[in-house]
Design a protein around this ligand. Structure first.
Ligand SMILES: *Cc1c(COP(=O)(O)O)cnc(C)c1O
Length: 389
């Protein structure tokens, strides 16, 4: 791949080499293993003395193409693709911590990441402390002698609080912590944590990167040094992505820049419009001037993303009325699709949190999360307007 090309060109032209058929679009390599011409060649491949494919739990041409494109987009040295976003998040932590270690994490993480920290890693003697995402001046106080890793997510789901990536990078360098970022909400089109010193970036490619609601997938992208540890962990624990999913997502990346531009443009229009509706108490969107971290959003993101959240004055009843009346928008817990999706976090994705925990991450009863799709904005507005008066 030509390293001088812009990221969007590399997402399109960063294909694997053509086979003998000269195909234009990359074929799908649906094979679990690979063969060798001789016993000696096989032995040399296993010994790492020659490059060669062995088994699709390790690597596969369809998966390797996706990883190479994703590294080009994020500006990272190495990567590994996993079966889901959570497989990537789990591997990012499990590969890098050991018994007795401590993690500092920003509060308001993805629900299953919160479960990992609170219920799963403690079984192996790994502890954590939450810090407030929007108060970087308080983070250093949470660092202990045994802290090895700082893990964060920005913008957060569904509160859309931002984490100052430059401040996080400085903290990690000062305290010699591994810096791990879940970049799912922003995608590398809007924000590249590696530029702020992130050692490891995780993605749920299920969301914007596939962007069409078809397949699950995850990515681990980082420095060669950290990825060597993560790849060894993944090869032996088996979270590998299916070649079919990788092939699908590799094609999705060809349109990622175009799609994100359009999602962000529509999301900003929707955020501004929602603010003018009588039934809406408040709107949260990083590129609205009313967002408390608007200046930070402009510094570290190139656009505000495709998620808008808003609070309805009528609480749960009003939120459920809005979701029930929608005919174009879909009721679903997913996000990052061509189709606009409405979610009511308090009764679904975040219903397991206590009332107090929900309040701490900004989830009120009337909060609605909208993943803005690629339909005409006027049609989305027409679908909602009757329930927003
Ligand atoms: C969805 C999501 C995940 C988990 O991804 P899956 O592909 O559903 O396993 C992790 N982090 C964030 C921020 C997400 O939105």
């Amino acid at each position: 791949m030509n390293k001088n090309w812009q990221p969007q060109t590399r997402a399109i032209r960063g294909q694997m080499e053509k086979t003998q058929y000269g195909e234009h679009s990359t074929p799908l390599f649906l094979t679990s293993s690979f063969t060798f011409d001789s016993a000696e060649e096989m032995a040399a491949t296993f010994a790492g003395e020659r490059d060669g494919l062995i088994y699709s739990r390790y690597s596969n041409p369809s998966v390797d193409e996706l990883v190479a494109k994703a590294c080009a987009l994020e500006g990272t040295e190495a990567g590994f693709a996993t079966a889901s976003g959570m497989a990537a998040v789990f591997a990012s932590l499990a590969a890098l911590v050991k018994q007795g270690d401590h993690i500092v994490a920003t509060r308001a993480l993805f629900g299953s990441t919160h479960q990992l920290l609170t219920n799963i890693l403690p079984k192996w003697g790994v502890t954590f402390t939450y810090v407030e995402p929007d108060q970087p001046e308080t983070w250093a106080a949470a660092v202990q002698e045994n802290t090895v890793l700082f893990c964060t997510e920005t913008p957060s789901n569904p509160g859309l609080k931002l984490v100052d990536l430059e401040a996080a990078g400085k903290l990690c360098r000062a305290h010699n912590l591994l810096f791990v970022v879940d970049n799912c909400f922003a995608t590398p089109v809007l924000q590249r944590p590696a530029e702020f010193g992130a050692d490891l970036i995780t993605h749920s490619v299920t969301k914007w990167m596939d962007g069409q609601g078809r397949v699950l997938g995850g990515l681990l992208l980082g420095t060669q040094e950290v990825m060597d540890r993560v790849i060894t962990f993944c090869r032996h624990t088996g979270p590998a992505m299916s070649p079919f999913n990788a092939w699908t997502i590799s094609k999705s990346l060809e349109t990622l820049h175009l799609r994100m531009d359009a999602h962000c443009r529509s999301a900003l229009v929707m955020a501004q419009w929602l603010g003018t509706q009588d039934g809406v108490a408040s709107v949260h969107y990083p590129f609205l001037e009313s967002h408390p971290q608007h200046a930070l959003a402009r510094r570290q993101m190139s656009a505000g993303g495709g998620i808008v959240t808003f609070e309805l004055k009528g609480g749960i009843a009003a939120a459920q009325r809005l979701l029930n009346s929608a005919e174009l928008c879909t009721r679903s817990s997913n996000l990052g699709d061509t189709r606009t999706i409405l979610t009511h976090p308090a009764t679904t994705t975040h219903s397991k949190l206590t009332l107090q925990e929900r309040a701490m991450v900004g989830i009120s009863d009337g909060l609605v999360r909208m993943s803005v799709g690629l339909e005409a904005v006027v049609d989305i507005q027409a679908d909602l307007v009757g329930s927003l008066q």
